[in-house]
Design a binder for this molecule. Structure first.
Ligand SMILES: *Cc1c(COP(=O)(O)O)cnc(C)c1O
Ligand code: SF4
Length: 349
C-alpha cells in the first residue's frame, strides 16, 4: 500500500481516542461526532501544539457545532439548484465544477460540504462519464474546475481517466484542480501522481491553506514538486475566527505561500452553513485584513476577499473603499497609509 493510503487508513475517527489524547470530556466529542464525524490524519494531529490552537480548531469537533442559529443553511451555495448532472455544477457562463470525489483526507469543521460528512456522496463511474458527456456537449465551457470532496483522494488512474476525458475537448482550454491534500496529506503528492498531472497542461491547482503553521517541511516539498512540474499553484483560504482572523497571521500566511511558489487567490468569508457559526467573523474583519495587506505587502500577496453569495449568486469581491469624495471630474482617494490624493478623470465618451 502506498504511504498516503496508510496514513489515510490510520486517520483518527474515534472520538474516544481524541478525547484521551487531548484530555477532553468524551461525551462532548461523541455528541458532535454523531452529527458531524471527524477524521484527522495523525500527521496533522502531531502539528497541534495545544488544544484550541489554529490547527486544533480546524479539525477537532467542538460542542459549539451543535448550538447553531437558524440563519444557517444546509446548502448555502445553491449547488443543488445549479446541479446539471450528478457530478456537474454550472453557475457561470464559461466554467463549471466537476465533483469527482466525495472523500476528504481531513474533515474540516467549517466545511461547506459538512452536511455530507455522515454519508460522503459516492461518485460512480457512471456519474463521471455523464459529467464528461456534459463537458463534451457544452461548447461554451472553457475551464473545468475538478473538485469534490478532494479529487486527489482518487487513485492515480482514476485521476488520469478524468483529465484525459476532459482534455479530449478542444473547447476546454485550461483545467483546474481544487484540493486540500497537499496541505493535509502532502504524502499524496507522489512522483507517480506528478507524472500523471504534468501530461495535462495548462493545469492549475488551487490549494486550500488557512494558517502558516500548515506549511511545514513535508508540505513545502510537495509544493515544490507540483511547481517543478509546471502546475500553476494558487491558494484558497477561509477566514475563520480563532484561526486566521488577524492581519498579521494572514500576512504571514500569504508570504509563506509566495515563498513556496503559491500565488494567493481567494480569501473566503466563511459560508453560512449549519454547525459553523463559531467560526464566523464580521465582514469588517476581512476588510481590515485586505487593508492591512494592500500597499503594505507586495500586490502578489493580495488575495481577493470574496463572499460566495447564499442562494447561488456566485462570488462577489469585498473591497475597502478608497474613494473619499467626487467633485466634477475630480476624485479624492486615500492611499494605503491614509494620505489623500487627487485624481482627474475624463468625461465618459
Ligand atoms: C468558485 C466557482 C467557480 C470558479 O470560479 P472562479 O472565480 O473562476 O475561480 C466555478 N463554478 C462554481 C460553481 C464555483 O463556485
Ligand atoms: S478539504 Fe475542503 S471539502 Fe474537504 S472537508 Fe476540508 S473544506 Fe471540506
Amino acid at each position: 500500500m502506498e504511504k498516503w493510503k496508510k496514513i489515510l487508513a490510520d486517520a483518527v475517527c474515534d472520538p474516544t481516542e481524541l478525547a484521551e489524547y487531548f484530555h477532553l470530556p468524551p461525551e462532548d466529542l461523541h455528541k458532535v461526532n454523531a452529527v458531524f464525524p471527524c477524521r484527522i490524519p495523525r500527521t496533522m494531529l502531531k502539528k497541534i501544539q495545544s488544544p484550541g490552537d489554529p490547527i486544533f480548531r480546524q479539525c477537532v469537533p467542538d460542542p459549539a457545532e451543535l448550538t447553531d442559529s437558524s440563519e444557517l443553511m444546509n446548502d448555502p451555495l445553491g449547488e443543488i439548484r445549479f446541479k446539471k448532472s450528478e457530478a456537474i455544477v454550472q453557475k457561470y457562463p464559461d466554467r463549471c465544477l466537476f465533483l469527482v470525489s466525495g472523500e476528504c483526507a481531513m474533515y474540516c469543521r467549517f466545511c461547506t460540504r459538512k452536511r455530507k460528512f455522515r454519508q460522503p456522496f459516492i461518485i460512480t463511474q457512471q456519474d463521471i462519464d455523464e459529467g464528461l458527456d456534459y463537458i463534451a456537449n457544452h461548447k461554451e465551457l472553457r475551464d473545468v474546475l475538478i473538485s469534490g470532496g478532494d479529487p486527489l483522494l482518487l487513485d492515480d488512474d482514476q485521476i488520469e481517466y478524468i483529465l484525459q476525458g476532459i482534455c479530449q475537448n478542444d473547447h476546454i482550454k485550461i483545467i483546474r484542480i481544487g484540493s486540500r491534500a497537499p496541505a493535509v496529506l502532502p504524502e499524496r503528492v507522489t512522483p507517480k501522481l506528478i507524472k500523471v498531472l504534468k501530461k495535462y497542461h495548462p493545469l492549475y491547482m488551487n490549494i486550500h491553506f488557512n494558517h502558516p503553521a500548515e506549511l511545514d517541511g513535508t508540505v513545502c516539498k510537495a509544493l515544490r514538486r507540483l511547481a517543478d512540474a509546471g502546475i500553476v499553484l494558487g491558494s484558497q483560504t477561509v477566514l475563520l475566527k480563532g484561526v486566521n482572523d488577524d492581519p498579521e497571521v494572514m500576512r504571514q500566511l500569504m508570504w509563506k505561500l509566495l515563498e513556496n511558489r503559491v500565488r494567493p487567490y481567494y480569501i473566503f468569508q466563511c459560508d453560512l452553513i449549519y454547525g459553523t457559526s463559531h467560526f464566523r467573523t464580521p465582514l469588517q474583519t476581512g476588510i481590515e485584513i485586505v487593508k492591512a495587506l494592500r500597499g503594505w505587502s507586495s500586490g502578489m500577496a493580495n488575495a481577493h476577499f470574496v463572499i460566495d453569495l447564499p442562494g447561488g449568486g456566485g462570488k462577489v469581491p469585498i473591497a475597502p473603499d478608497y474613494l473619499i469624495e467626487r467633485c466634477g471630474k475630480y476624485r479624492k482617494y486615500r492611499n494605503y497609509c491614509n494620505e489623500e490624493y487627487l485624481y482627474c478623470d475624463i468625461d465618459p465618451a
